[in-house]
Design a protein around this ligand. Sequence first.
Ligand code: ZN
Length: 89
Amino acid sequence: MEKRKPERQCTGCGKKGGKENFIRIVKTSDGMISLDISGKASGRGAYVCCDVACIDKMCKGRRLDRSFRTHVDEAIYRSILEEFNKLEK
Ligand SMILES: [Zn+2]
């Protein structure tokens, strides 16, 4: 039987694929939400393409509210976008 890799879905555009194609965003048990560069932080994860357009879509559509089933503060979306922009440089 073929072993299937778990599929992740981009919170921005909805594209699916292996986790290596995405950046993870984590909500830790103490409620902190941030980019998880290592991909190994414990907590609930959401995934987004390595693409500022997807991050932007995710922020504008407040998609993390649904992923994490909580109200995610505007400031958190902004800091995720900022962190991502830092990575790009
Ligand atoms: Zn995407």
